[in-house]
Each structure stands twice: as C-alpha cells, then as structure tokens.
Design a protein around this ligand. Structure first.
Ligand code: SF4
Length: 361
C-alpha cells in the first residue's frame, strides 16, 4: 500500500464559488526502496514494451528515468508526439490527466497508462465540457481556441488547440482573417496573448493554481537582492508578474533562455519541477524560485503542482506491473477532438515551428 499525503486545493471555477479538489501525493521512498523501485521500473518498461514520457514538473527521479530508458522529458505535446513516433506499444505518461488524454487522442491504437488517474489540473477542472459548451453556444460568431490543458470533450468542442508557444501566431493568424476569438481556459495567458496581439478575445476565467500564486511585490524584493538576475516567467502567471519578466515563455522556451542567456542568476516563475532540468543543463548557473508566499498569498501549491506531484516511483512501478490506470477516451469523441490538435500541428509546419518545443504548461 502506498503511503500518501492528501492535499486539499481550491481552484477557480468561473460562474461558481471557488471549487475544491484534492491530490494524494506519494511519500518519498526510503533510499534502498527507491533503488529497488528504479530497477523494477527499468525491467518492466522493457518487458511491457513501454516508453516513459514525463513532464518537466514531475519528480526528478521520474524525469531521469524517462531519459535514461529512452523516453522523453518535455511538455505535453512533445510527450504525445514522442509517444506517437516511438515504436513502443505502451506509453506511460508521468504528468496529469489531460496529457494522458492528449497522448491517447493522438495514439488511439496504443495503450496509455498513468501512475495516478486522479492527477488533475485546475485549468481542466475549472472548464467542464457542458458549461464550456453553453459558453460557446452563447457566442456562435467566435472561433473557439482552447489551451492544451483541457479535457478531450472540451477539445472536441474547439476549432483550434494551442500551446503557450504557438498561441500568439495562431491568434494573430485568426485576427488577420477578421476572426473574433473565444479563448479558454487560462485567463492570464489569454490576457497576455490579447495584449500582445490586439485580437478580439472573449476569455474563460480559469487559472492555474501554481502560477496564479506568484506575487509581483515579493518578486521585486527578490530582484533587489539579486540585481543581475534574469526573471523567467510562464505566461499563466498574473499580469503584474509578467510585467517584471525578462523572458516570458513556455517551459521549453524558458529552459532555452536559461541555457542561452549570459546571465548566471535566474528567478523562475513556473513550477519548481523545471529547476531540475535547468540545473542539470546549466550546472554553473544559479536558479531561484519566484516568490509565492508573501503577504496575502494563499499558497496551496508553493510553486509545485500538487497533481504533478502525484506521480511517484511506487505508483509508476505498480501500473507497469498490473496494467492498471489505463487512459480511455470515448472513441466517439476522438475523431472530433483530434481536429483542433491536427490544425495546430499543420499550422506549426506552415510557420516552420517544429512540433518539438511548441511547449505548453
Ligand atoms: S501546474 Fe497548473 S497548469 Fe500545470 S497541471 Fe498543474 S494546475 Fe494544471
């Protein structure tokens, strides 16, 4: 039986009072158990003809295991594309549920497993398909653009899916055609894209529980302590925090910025899981988490997604050994849900943006 901590989480659910959810976070295994689990997982990946694809926000052990066993650590679309191109018949997704669903939509013939199917995302939870459908019905003149962090059913209602790296070019492309946009679910990313493009955008008012917590005033104070530091910010953060950024971008773009910048010190406003990759790639540079817990903060996640934290060595080993936690997407939805994803991928080719690194959360 896995030992877990239960964390209660409040998230924004537009049109409702703030809603509640939970996450069960596995407790860290003892050192000898950790090594034994890693060995078991390596063995089972081979036996099950499986490949491990992990998000930048999951535990460093899972990130390292993915890369060491021929899988990938990246953003969700990259994860799905990689699983699609890989010859393995089983894809194990260490991330949150919408990532498993996206992998299944793009690879319906493959088995997709996840360490814990209850790993949610506040953006996905705060945008249920029926409520979103009603919002779309009320604005039939708008082109529906949804972020990757949505359920298969919401994607099936959309015209386009975007990730944070390609959101701007897609919205500019639509605006140039005179299209008005209905955007969901992240309001901060939607505001940022609207400000940058000037497009007519009607926004669903969701938010990420991690990025919504970054605090501008405390970030200014941290910058004073580290005057040469470059501030890297994910655009799911509040506008006041984005305004303090030297670089605004997706996870992949922020990692590249850390690698390419001359600066030696960075303040990073995105999930702290990304620091593992940044520190591995840039061992001579210093990375600080952007502040979340200043005056007035109500931090349930403290710069780390409680649902990403649900991915652990124990439950990963278990699903590989039992075949439990398979992702299923209604086959009737897949042909419609894949359309906005394919539209984005085709558009990416026309602007020479490689699928690798399109980025998302
Ligand atoms: S970090 Fe935020 S956007 Fe990413 S999965 Fe967690 S809640 Fe969702």
């Amino acid at each position: 039986m896995n030992r877990t901590d239960i964390i209660n989480i409040s998230y924004d659910h537009p049109g409702h009072a703030t809603s509640s959810a939970w996450a069960r976070v596995p407790l860290a295994p003892a050192p000898e158990e950790r090594l034994e689990l890693i060995a078991r997982i390596r063995r089972m990946l081979t036996l099950q003809d499986a490949v491990l694809v992990a998000h930048y926000y999951v535990h460093p052990d899972l990130q390292d295991l993915a890369e060491e066993t021929g899988g990938i650590v990246s953003d969700s679309l990259d994860m799905a594309n990689f699983g699609h191109l890989h010859k393995a018949t089983t894809i194990v997704v260490a991330g949150v549920r919408f990532m498993g669903e996206t992998a299944k939509i793009l690879n319906p013939e493959k088995r997709v497993l996840m360490p814990d199917l209850a790993a949610e995302c506040s953006l996905d939870l705060g945008c249920p398909a029926d409520e979103f459908g009603a919002f779309c019905d009320a604005h039939p003149d708008r082109t529906v653009v949804v972020y990757a962090n949505t359920s298969a059913a919401v994607k099936a209602r959309a015209d386009w899916m975007v990730t944070s790296s390609i959101a701007m070019p897609v919205v500019r492309h639509l605006a140039a055609q005179g299209k008005k946009i209905l955007w969901a679910p992240d309001r901060h990313l939607g505001n940022y894209v609207q400000e940058q493009t000037g497009a007519d955008m009607l926004l669903w008012q969701g938010a990420c529980v991690v990025h919504d917590e970054y605090k501008a005033r405390e970030l200014v104070e941290l910058k004073v302590q580290h005057p040469g530091a470059l501030v890297l910010v994910h655009p799911e953060s509040p506008r006041a925090v984005i305004k303090l950024a030297d670089v605004v971008g997706s996870t992949t773009q922020l990692i590249r910025a850390a690698q390419n910048a001359d600066a030696r010190v960075f303040i990073v406003a995105t999930d702290s899981g990304i620091l593992h990759k940044m520190r591995t790639l840039c061992p001579d540079k210093l990375f600080f988490e952007a502040p979340t817990a200043g005056a007035g903060a109500n931090c349930t996640s403290c710069s780390h997604c409680p649902w990403m934290a649900m991915n652990g060595l124990q439950n990963l080993a278990q699903v590989l050994e039992t075949g439990a936690n398979e992702i299923h997407v209604d086959p009737a939805i897949i042909p419609r849900a894949v359309l906005p994803i394919r539209r984005m991928l085709d558009f990416a080719k026309t602007i020479n943006l490689p699928a690798r690194g399109i980025g998302n959360v």
